[in-house]
Design a protein around this ligand. Sequence first.
Ligand code: SF4
Length: 282
Amino acid sequence: MNIREKAAEKDLLLAVDMYGCPNRCRHCWLGHMPNRKMEDGADEWIVDCFRPYFKRISFYSWLREPDFCDDYRERWQRDIALSVQTVPERYELASFWRIVRDPEYVPFLKEVGVKAVQLTFFGLEETTDRFVGRTGAFRELLQATKLLAANGIAPRWQAFLYEENKEEIVELLKLSEELHLKERCRGFGAEFRFFVHTGSCDGENRKQYDIWIRKKNIPEALIPFYSGYESLLTERECCERLRRDVTHWVHHNEKEIVLLISNTCDVFFNFTHMSREWKIRN
Ligand code: SF4
């Protein structure tokens, strides 16, 4: 089977960094990149490059902050129009930067069927602002929570856990309880979720190695909210496993190929950060 025939069997998802992101989060697995608006028409010629090879293509004009352009409404329609034989998904992602600045935005999210929006915290005010890289981020996240719930969209709080913020994340959990988010979401038939992660070892988070949390230091109160805690390995256990067994997991796109395209048209798979070493081509 030649490459054209093989590609024709798969779907393609193109995510293009056409506008950038207002944040510079310390855990960002994609890696920090300058914001740059891509030239008009770039979306179309990028899709045209792939059109002859794939039956179905979903096109996204963002890969960092969704809807980080003022004409996000038209932009969404254009993403749909550029997609081939499919409609792009909304997922649980939205711009909290825009939620608190643009009164038309939450109604738009409702209109396009968004049921829940994930909001990312790193602790309380000072720590969250520092980790997001923007003064005011924590207050914006709280305001976004309120606006979403008031409009019947469930906020989902995810918190990234490090040695230095572990006690604050426990406080954050208490704050979510004090705000009665569970009850408020239940009121419109949705579920409030609070969950903790450590983030990936790629991109910016790799630079936080010195403050990565040790398994034994994860506060007990957070264990029920830690996704996959039962299978969590310590660093020592990972190293021992690697010593015993050299087989390793090779990333592979099965039914769908996902390509991330930078604002300078560098192309990457979605396996890890968008650094020079992982660039497929331009
Ligand atoms: S994690 Fe998301 S919001 Fe934060 S800098 Fe990266 S792309 Fe932007």
